[in-house]
Design a protein around this ligand. Sequence first.
Ligand SMILES: CC(=O)SCCNC(=O)CCNC(=O)[C@H](O)C(C)(C)COP(=O)(O)OP(=O)(O)OC[C@H]1O[C@@H](n2cnc3c(N)ncnc32)[C@H](O)[C@@H]1OP(=O)(O)O
Length: 128
Amino acid sequence: MRFHSRKWVKPEDLNPNGTLFGGRLLEWIDEEAALYTIIQLENSRIVTKYISEINFMSSAKEGDIVELGMEVTKFGKSSLTLKCEARNKMTRETILTVDNIIMVNLNEHGKPTPHGKTEVEFVKDRLK
Ligand SMILES: CC(=O)SCCNC(=O)CCNC(=O)[C@H](O)C(C)(C)COP(=O)(O)OP(=O)(O)OC[C@H]1O[C@@H](n2cnc3c(N)ncnc32)[C@H](O)[C@@H]1OP(=O)(O)O
């Protein structure tokens, strides 16, 4: 799994317990999944269709750095299935894992459309 982005836990990201608010982390993950999908599918009209069980295993506190990792587990016809892990860079603990995030490629009418991709592509290879 590649960890593409990092987030800094700020006061506005905390819950009343003083730790990272779960909803904020899910927002970060959804955005990261969307950005990853847009880049892979080369289409900005994509949506999140389904997110499987989310297992919160540990947390983060103010000032901690959270890393978000994504991995493609399946290329469907119009869909892309991702696996995700969020980990705390300070404690080295896994904060949560999500086994399946299903993203769907849409056409200009907002309907699912084949993306034609079958493997992960790297931007550096596209430039050749
Ligand atoms: C980044 C964001 O936050 S986006 C905002 C939040 N998301 C949204 O607003 C999306 C709202 N939902 C929708 O617009 C519609 O449900 C759509 C366009 C995503 C899908 O429409 P549907 O008519 O259900 O699509 P359809 O049945 O053709 O399925 C499309 C693909 O999703 C897959 N899929 C649909 N439902 C599920 C599900 N519950 N679990 C897993 N995969 C699913 C299908 O297998 C299909 O994949 P494939 O083409 O690779 O075989």
